[in-house]
Write a protein that binds this ligand. Structure first.
Ligand code: KG4
Ligand code: ZN
Length: 334
């Protein structure tokens, strides 16, 4: 009997459902919530309501696309933590109800672990030990993995996440939320060496991005005082320079982590791993340092249920199920 798992992701502002059969993703449906754009950030209450509206059609479509009926499922998985609590509650209540009705096991998944395991959805899969730079809107971590369920954070941000650095910089430039993909877009035609932003000197493998945000704020204030059209006239170069600095901060720590651990299987994950400059940088650094590098397919970088499904697949094989009285948590619980 194949192991068919339905996975639900609802930690932030994407409602997603995926069906995986014996480790092969058959569907990955993602409903983006556009309601937040007008507010310049995710509004938790609106996110929860949108999840409630989206979840039935999204799950329905994921099952249909996989050619499955609910009765074919071996387990139901959901994102348990971390995330917005109201959003997590919608996914977890739905998953519990479905598991209960079908009398199949429930599998709670850690969202950040799932981002890492997005690298294991398609071939070639990383070998262990594996180092993953996970960069999302809420987290920036270097994770050391000895197995799919055996992970350890060896470096993380002390303040803002890399995605926040992108989004907050974009906001300062007057770009709409989420600004990361827009900075990426404008950076493509800009000169990354035109403006120099500082690299924080943080010991060890940890990161800090709040100083960069302040430096950009002062840089823009100063230049706009001299020329009100400064941002419009130099948008591509400003975006390229900001992106370049964020990428070098990330890559320099990854190089350090690889040297300290001796690991040569190296990947990236999370929403910011969709960034074209970071994807290119990983490939270049990999060549230079003799790493074997991994980058998830674009649709598996930003929030999606396929990464929850692959994590649930490994948990199923290990017999790691979640009791029906388990509750989701806004904070990361490993
Ligand atoms: O992993 P994710 O979808 O959600 C969280 O778990 O946080 O990450 C979202 C973050 C946002 O900050 C968004 O601006 C950023 O990923 N992002 C990008 C790009 N695509 C998404 N940042 C830079 N370049 C991109 N192409
Ligand atoms: Zn995420």
């Amino acid at each position: 009997m194949p192991v068919n798992i339905l996975a639900i992701e609802s930690s932030c502002d994407e409602t997603s459902a995926s069906v995986i059969a014996d480790g092969k993703v058959l569907s990955n449906i993602i409903a983006n919530q556009t309601v937040h754009e007008q507010y310049g950030g995710v509004v938790p209450e609106l996110a929860s309501r949108a999840h409630q509206e989206n979840i039935v059609p999204v799950v329905d479509l994921a099952l249909k696309k996989a050619g499955m009926q609910p009765a074919d499922l071996s387990a139901v998985a959901f994102t348990q933590s971390p995330g917005l609590i109201g959003s997590l509650l919608v996914g977890s209540c739905f998953a519990k109800s479905m598991a209960l009705a079908l009398d199949v096991p429930l599998i709670g998944v850690h969202h950040m672990q799932a981002h890492v395991l997005a690298n294991f959805i398609e071939e070639p899969k990383p070998a262990f030990p594996f180092l993953c730079l996970t960069v999302s809107g809420g987290h920036t971590q270097i994770v050391h993995c000895d197995g799919p369920l055996d992970m350890r954070i060896i470096g993380e941000t002390l303040d803002d996440a890399a995605g926040e650095a992108f989004d907050k910089s974009a906001k300062l430039l007057g770009l709409p939320y989420p600004g990361g993909p827009l900075i990426d877009k404008y950076a493509q035609t800009g000169n990354p060496a035109r403006f120099k932003f500082p690299e924080p000197q943080i010991p060890g493998l940890n990161f800090s991005f709040s100083g960069l945000k302040t430096a950009i704020l002062y840089f823009l204030q100063e230049n706009k005082a001299k020329n009100p059209g400064f941002v419009e006239e130099n948008l591509a170069d400003i975006c390229a320079s900001i992106q370049h600095r964020i990428i070098t901060i990330l890559m320099n720590k990854l190089v350090k982590a690889a040297a300290e651990t001796g690991v040569t299987e190296i990947g990236i994950a999370g929403g910011v791993s969709a960034n074209s400059g970071l994807r290119k940088a990983l490939a270049e650094y990999g060549e230079k340092h003799g790493w074997k590098t991994y980058i998830p397919k674009f649709e598996y970088c930003t929030d999606n249920a396929a990464m929850i499904a692959i994590s649930a697949h490994y948990k199923y094989l290990a017999g790691r199920f979640t009791p029906m009285d388990a509750v989701p948590s806004a904070r990361a619980v490993f």
